[in-house]
Design a protein around this ligand. Structure first.
Ligand SMILES: Cc1ncc(COP(=O)(O)O)c(C=O)c1O
Length: 423
């Protein structure tokens, strides 16, 4: 078991650790917890801004931030200001992006079951493109373009039917996936043919997305290899390689940098003679490592062989451990450089035995009730997957920059829990 102090490289880029405190964006984490309450997400503004800018630098305009990883108005605005398009997969994500002032021409519309209303809005407002996922989807989009008297730029999502090394719930390009047109059955080819023949559909290109939290660049290369003959044959204007780049959650994890990942993909496509412009849709790699979650310790209880340290959040602000068995580290922001000589299981406060945030976490043995503890790398698929289970209110989100913390999403109140309850 690793009892050394937390690996500071897991903390946001602007983090500063002293023997008596930890700051992100110049904001002391314990002070932030006192001022804004817990659970609290603290995002490193600078890190996200740099990540978005890097994605645009590497892939060029049209590269889209996958908003399912984390979306609120401030983040939508930041991604857009840094030059990114936004990938949205529901009317809700579309609505928030538009409310943030992102023009429809910078939206990429996904979804394996888009509603008529979703398609109509995308067609009438004029999006960057809509990503077609099934023959029903093609029919629905054609019908919407006819009703609107407009045409619509589209991509065809191809399922290459490959396995990648990730959790089976986050693999999206294998032969059991619900997403895209299977390449191996001829459906992808039939979809391209149908789309190309329809004057209302502006065929722009092909799309793949093979999974999320994929660490091995080799997995991408073999996924590309399985589809490159098809891409060369179709010779589209753009080829979108999806997102999915893994990030480090634990000291022992090893993830390629965004630059290395992008470089390997771009080089491989070029070497293979692909003439299309290559674009991507990164989500997790843009935001995961930019945030930490802060919790207050409410109970430390030895029960049998285990010591349970219970915090004031849990599966409602981070369902990933329960959904995917994901691992996290924990640290004590008031003493980030101290050895973590106590082994505890960090649990939430939900009425659910699976409500464990960190199994066998190490923390300094001085940790006590009332302390603020933190889990790093919670910026992706945490708040965006948050729920009100047990009617807990969802946490606030602050972003920290230049010594100031700004609330970008306020904490829910108990009245918010009654907002939709019309009795
Ligand atoms: C179509 C599509 N694009 C992009 C992404 C973003 O993936 P990630 O957050 O792993 O980069 C996803 C996530 O599953 C996706 O389904």
């Amino acid at each position: 078991m690793d009892r050394s102090p937390v690996d500071l490289s897991l903390l946001p880029r602007t983090a500063q650790a002293r023997s008596d405190g930890t700051a992100v964006g110049g904001v002391d984490l314990v002070q932030a917890a006192t001022e804004f309450g817990t659970p609290l997400f603290v995002y490193d503004f600078e890190q996200m801004a740099e990540n978005f800018a890097e994605a645009v630098d590497v892939f060029g305009p049209g590269v889209a931030y996958a908003t399912k990883a984390f979306l609120c108005k401030a983040v939508a605005k930041l991604a857009y200001q840094q030059g990114m398009s936004l990938d949205v997969s529901t009317a809700g994500e579309y609505h928030v992006a538009r409310a943030a002032g992102v023009p429809s021409s910078k939206l990429v519309v996904h979804g394996n079951n888009k509603s008529d209303a979703e398609v109509e809005r995308a067609v009438s407002e004029g999006v960057q493109w809509l990503v077609l996922d099934s023959f029903d989807d093609i029919d629905r989009v054609i019908a919407a373009t006819v009703r609107a008297g407009k045409s619509c730029p589209v991509l065809v999502r191809v399922n290459p039917g490959v396995e990648v090394h990730t959790h089976r719930f986050t693999a999206t390009g294998n032969r059991k996936s619900k997403f895209g047109f299977p390449l191996w059955t001829g459906d992808a080819s039939a979809a391209v043919e149908r789309v190309s023949k329809n004057p209302r559909l502006e065929f722009k290109g092909l799309h793949i997305h093979v999974g999320s939290l994929v660490f091995a660049i080799d997995n991408y290369i073999s996924a590309l290899d399985s589809v490159l003959d098809f891409v060369r044959a179709v010779d589209p204007e753009v080829f979108v390689v999806g997102g999915g780049l893994g990030v480090r959650y634990l000291r022992g994890d090893d993830a390629p940098s965004f630059a290395d990942w992008a470089d390997a993909i771009l080089r491989h496509c070029k070497d293979a003679g692909v003439r299309a412009r290559i674009l991507a849709e990164p989500g997790r790699s843009m935001v995961a490592a930019a945030a930490v979650t802060l919790y207050t310790v409410g109970s430390i209880a030895k029960k049998g062989a285990k010591t349970y340290l219970a915090v004031d959040g849990g599966m409602s602000d981070n369902p990933r451990p329960l959904l995917y068995g994901s691992g996290y580290e924990a640290f004590l922001p008031r003493a980030p450089l101290a050895a973590r000589d106590a082994v505890v299981t960090v649990v939430g406060r939900h009425c659910e035995s699976g409500d464990t945030l960190v199994e066998d976490a190490t923390l300094p043995s001085s940790v006590a009730i009332g302390d603020v503890i933190s889990t790093p790398v919670t910026g992706a698929y945490g708040y965006s997957m948050a729920s009100n289970y047990n009617l807990l209110t969802r946490p606030a989100i602050v972003w920290a920059a230049a010594g100031e913390a700004r609330v970008i999403v306020r904490r829910e109140t108990h009245d918010d829990l009654l907002r939709c309850d019309v009795g």
